[in-house]
Ligand binder design. Sequence first.
Ligand code: FO1
Length: 318
Amino acid sequence: MHPQIVALAGGVGAARFLAGLTAVMEEKAAPDRLTIVGNVGDDMEWNGFSISPDLDTVTYTLAGLAEEARGWGLRGETYHCLDAISRFGLETWFKLGDRDLATHVFRTGLLRQGAALSEVTRKITTALGVRARLTPVTDDRLRTLVDSSEGLLEFQDYFVRRACRPEVRHIVMDGADTARPAPGVIQAIRTADAVIVCPSNPLISIGPILSVPGIRAVLVERRREGRRNAAISPLVGGRALKGPADRMMRGVGLRADATAVAELYRDFVSVYVLDTEDAASRGEVEALGMKTIVTNTVMRDQESRTALARAVWEGLGL
Ligand code: FO1
């Protein structure tokens, strides 16, 4: 029987790793045994449309449709709608492409008819040929807010509009108190042979997933039972390869290095993947009670994504 895997995923970094993981699982003829639990903290409303950037980044990447260099959006995209709408004076700092908008029109229409985000996500991934099961962590409203030097900001306002310039003081998960895990998420985590935390920002990508009541508890329970929970460091040599994770960690009063991320996960992660550049941190991480895998985690192309996924797969004894 092929192992059942659950991955906790943010946006671009996660999508790149998942492209490698699905390639490894395809070799074993089992890509459908992967459940990806996606972040919705950076979802937003744009002129009445419901946008789920991280779910879409994972979907487009696994469907082979993503704009590779950028990591988000669709390859060969055009922006005629955005250009046209700017003539009405609407803000266009969030670059929604014409074909990407089709996804948002479809999603928003179904949500308005009462469908759950998890159902809509299933329809989108199926239509685009993604064989892994992608689900939002919750169907309820959950939004990441950034308490910053420029006030309390909605996530995309901080991330895109202000290009991560404000100093971050604190991250707020709005809606986390009442959010419920989407159908099947707890069960998938409970029964998986391995859970893998993708190399995503621990504060704004994995943080919102862990903030949904019940999620962290079931991960901690797995760890107590000696089951495999792995995480891949999103920081290499104290730097984020993509995005503001290092600056954000310092902003909220943490060290910005691979060990500090491991500390955030110490209650539930049993295997931690460090980049070769951080091999010297091995002892510190093992002192937290985790096993370590040291490998190249920098994903420049599909070959390095697959190599990383294979190292994790073999390191976990799958
Ligand atoms: N990121 C940007 O830096 N600028 C954009 O204009 C932008 C538009 C966008 C549209 C659709 C989508 O799915 C993602 C988009 N992203 C954009 C990426 C997104 O803001 C972030 O990568 C994630 O929210 C963080 O994981």
